[in-house]
Design a protein around this ligand. Structure first.
Ligand code: GLA
Length: 404
């Protein structure tokens, strides 16, 4: 984290809490998912990387069980709560729910008792599909573990963090927490679930992933929540109806099994007969996207940017047509990226707003960014956080002790 940001956070801490200086800095990155969208909660892998943007907590342990928070972003007012295994929810959409989610889980599992005072700042764009919410949860979780001197192995922590986030009422998968905790500089990570397993793939040095924010907010704990939860239900129902078809009897009974232990084209052909309407659409997306993750992983391993880009385009098309989580602004950004030198582009994260991600070669990146600035942003109000970002694959969350 750069020293200006740490300094500003230190000033905020001193101004708000006074007394002894903070002793810990906990940071947790946001992420961009490169491919494998809406697959995690269906037991299928994802392929994200952690970003250079994070949520940072400057922390001073307390002697009681209170947690007091002050956020550098004025619209997120100061918050306080008491550690307990049933922490009352703040109103839907309130940022403190993500901190409470982690805290409650740690109280339940490890009976933690020590609270903290923390000054918080995130530079991950909010409600943009870059996982600012999970970064908020993970940063607090690591901070609380540290002040309570509890050590938890990474895979267990990844699962625990995913489970903790359900406190906010989204039936989410485990991608965001897993990558925020497990990210690796210079690498994308293929993550499988149940249990969490990670394989890192070195980012080819010539590849650039350009992220652009539609500026349409898709608040995971707000309006987008119902659309997301509806899709998780539809996917379950689609699988059940598919498996009830007589010709599916001999097939594996999970999405993972259908993608990795059966012939995907035959599965999709059978789905056309076994399912209809929305359920067919959801099923077709999940199975085809699941298959694309392995193909994309191999394309990156062999440095085949054209193949990777094509898979991104196919992913977007499937998310748009079958999963119905795109929107006109995302389609516009994706179209502009492709028209200005991207080898592939797609929406990233849950969709219905948020960001697109485009792959291009290093020498094309400035042209692409310039074109997006001109053709998408020049006619829109200037956002508070830079809407264009060239992703740098970064390390996962950590806590450091500060020199006193
Ligand atoms: C959100 C969820 C993730 C994942 C994505 C869609 O970010 O938190 O678990 O389901 O949407 O891929």
């Amino acid at each position: 984290m750069d020293s200006d940001r740490t300094h500003a956070l230190g000033e905020l801490f001193a101004g708000h809490f006074g007394g002894l200086p903070p002793t810990l800095l906990s940071t947790a990155p946001g992420r961009v998912n490169l491919i494998g969208e809406h697959t995690d909660y269906n037991g299928l892998p994802v392929f994200p990387m952690a970003l250079q943007r994070n949520v940072a907590y400057l922390i001073r342990p307390r002697t009681d069980g209170r947690v007091r928070l002050v956020n550098r972003e004025a619209r997120y007012g100061p918050r306080e709560f008491e550690l307990s295994d049933s922490i009352p929810h703040a109103p839907q959409g309130d940022w403190v729910n993500y901190v409470q989610a982690g805290a409650q889980m740690l109280c339940k599992r490890y009976s933690i008792k020590v609270g903290m005072d923390a000054a918080v700042h995130g530079d991950v764009p909010l409600a943009a599909g870059l996982s600012s919410s999970s970064a908020t949860l993970v940063g607090a979780l690591l901070g609380l573990l540290e002040v309570n001197q509890v050590a938890v192995p990474l895979p267990e922590l990844q699962e625990l963090a995913a489970e903790a986030e359900r406190y906010v009422g989204v039936a989410g998968g485990g991608m965001d927490q897993a990558i925020s905790l497990g990210g690796r500089a210079g690498h994308a990570l293929r993550i499988d679930f149940n249990p969490v397993r990670m394989q890192s793939v070195a980012m080819p040095s010539e590849w650039r992933f350009v992220i652009s924010n539609t500026l349409v907010e898709a608040e995971k704990s707000g309006a987008a929540r119902d659309a997301y939860n509806a899709r998780t239900r539809e996917c379950k129902q689609a699988l059940a109806e598919f498996l009830a078809h007589p010709q599916a009897r001999a097939l594996p009974s999970s999405y993972y099994g259908l993608v990795h232990g059966a012939d995907v084209p035959s599965v999709l052909a059978l789905a056309e007969r076994a399912l209809h309407g929305v359920l067919l659409q959801r099923f077709r997306h999940v199975v085809s996207e699941g298959a694309r993750v392995s193909q994309a992983q191999h394309a990156m391993q062999r440095g085949d940017a054209l193949a990777f880009g094509r898979l991104m385009n196919d992913s977007h098309e499937s998310l748009r047509r079958d999963y119905e989580v795109s929107c006109p602004e995302l389609d516009q950004l994706v179209g502009l990226a492709r028209a200005h030198g991207a080898l592939g582009a797609r929406l990233t994260g849950a969709g219905l707003g948020g960001c697109s991600v485009a792959l291009c070669q290093r020498e094309q990146a400035d042209t692409l960014v310039g074109a997006l600035r001109r053709e998408y942003y020049s006619s829109r109000p200037v956002p508070s956080i830079e809407p264009l970002l060239i992703a740098q694959a970064s390390d996962g969350a950590r806590v450091v002790r500060l020199q006193s």
